[in-house]
Design a protein around this ligand. Structure first.
Ligand code: SF4
Length: 426
């Protein structure tokens, strides 16, 4: 069993803290909409059917609502005029599949009476003000905030954001701390950040619901979720899986080194404005192939079509970085190209390093278990400038070469960051 480093818990909470004061609901929508597109909600053939659906869906699955609505027949088509004149008993029989039919029949009668004051006319309703309509609806028996907003948004096209249990669950899992208890306060988070746009609110809520059904279920199914790149829960779940694996395959010293690199990488990421979740995952996985011996590394490269250059055919050390990036993708479902690049570049670097690449390479060379004056110098430099720390870090990582030439990519990197592109003798 490997020992856990002190401070690991605080590290996890620091990674999470990225979101504590930042509710970037626009970025969440961008990810959702890029994946799901325009869902054209609500699934109904008339505004009145939306009203009925919004009432019937309370405390039941949508499939039961569809069964109830299908009970309105050709002779008795769903319309406010019909619901107005049929008896409560007849209505109960029709909507029975939706459950809680006694209450819901009462609610449908009540909301239909509300609609009648506008002559069952959508345009007449639309001429009223949103606050006034919302107040009226909330006074109707059985119409709560979520139902009122669903009706106003999806039946009449008013820009009012719908908050439901899926929305709260999603915000919690994304890592947003202190989600307000009051419905209106959560709604304000969205409406403050987003433009007042009914079409946007319509599709945003639809995407949340669909994502909750496909991925963010009560037990999350994170693989393939479009929000995995911005989700704290994803990182936690992955981190636990990865840690269990690393604890098995790495020796104690290497495992401690990995956790120390995570801590250092998160610190550097915070200091230099780099995504801390990406830094954490890249750091955690940077040495995941270190458990493989030379023969296993070469076999892995053959089987996964990883090309070794002449240098790496003579020095196997940098190969773990390329194999590690591939394992991160194949074994741990990490698809983020920034993370994969940072893993593959951490050993020898390259000329065009991203900020995340630099964070991982520098963290690898300067984490607290590394000792030496050159490490202290690199640590000091890293606090000020990643570009200044990078060449120092590469020198530290190349100690094992004992004077033998560095990989050509490392030389190029040193030329760029140490000598402004001028060639150096290796
Ligand atoms: S990554 Fe997982 S926990 Fe996060 S939103 Fe997606 S399904 Fe939910």
């Amino acid at each position: 069993m490997k020992t856990e480093l002190q401070g690991e818990v605080t590290l996890a909470s620091r990674v999470q803290s990225r979101h504590r004061d930042m509710i970037n609901v626009s970025a969440v929508y961008y990810n959702l909409c890029s994946h799901y597109g325009n869902l054209n909600w609500w699934p109904a053939s008339s505004p009145y059917e939306v009203i009925v659906g919004a009432v019937l869906t309370q405390n039941t699955a949508w499939g039961n609502v569809e069964k109830a609505i299908a009970n309105f027949t050709y002779d008795m088509p769903l319309s406010p005029e019909l619901v107005e004149i049929i008896s409560t008993e007849e209505l109960i029989n029709i909507i029975r599949p939706a459950g809680f039919f006694n209450q819901k029949a009462m609610y449908l009668k009540a909301v239909t009476t509300w609609y009648k004051q506008y002559d069952y006319d959508v345009e007449t309703v639309k001429r009223q003000s949103l606050p006034a309509l919302r107040k009226e609806l909330l006074a109707v028996k059985g119409i709560g905030e979520e139902t009122a907003d669903s009706i106003l948004l999806y039946a009449f096209g008013f820009p009012t954001f719908v908050i439901d249990a899926y929305t709260r669950r999603l915000l919690t899992r994304l890592g947003y701390a202190n989600i307000p208890k009051k419905y209106d306060d959560v709604k304000t988070i969205f409406e403050t950040e987003l433009p007042l746009d009914a079409e946007l609110y319509n599709n945003y809520h639809a995407c949340i619901v669909i994502n909750a059904k496909e991925h963010c279920k009560s037990k999350p199914k994170c693989d393939g979720c479009p929000l995995s790149g911005v989700c704290d829960t994803f990182v936690q779940i992955k981190a636990n899986d990865i840690k269990s694996y690393l604890a098995e395959i790495l020796d104690d010293k290497r495992y401690k080194h990995t956790l120390a690199v995570c801590d250092t990488a998160v610190n550097l990421a915070q200091r230099h404005g780099v995504d801390t979740q990406k830094a954490f995952l890249a750091a955690l996985l940077h040495d995941c192939a270190r458990g493989l011996d030379t023969e296993q590394l070469i076999n892995y490269c053959d089987e996964h079509n990883i090309q070794l250059d002449d240098y790496m055919r003579n020095d196997i050390n940098p190969v773990h970085a390329f194999v590690g990036a591939d394992m991160a993708k194949q074994c741990f479902g990490i698809n983020d190209i920034d993370i994969l690049n940072a893993i593959s570049r951490h050993a020898i670097g390259c000329e065009e390093m991203t900020l995340l690449d630099k964070v991982i390479l520098v963290a690898d060379a300067t984490e607290p278990t590394r000792k030496g004056c050159d490490v202290d110098d690199a640590r000091l430099a890293a606090g000020i400038s990643l570009d200044k720390a990078l060449p120092l870090a590469m020198r530290i990582k190349s100690r094992y070469l004992e004077g033998r030439p560095m990989h050509p990519s490392s030389v190029k990197m040193l030329e760029k960051y140490m000598y402004g592109g001028r060639q150096i003798a290796n």
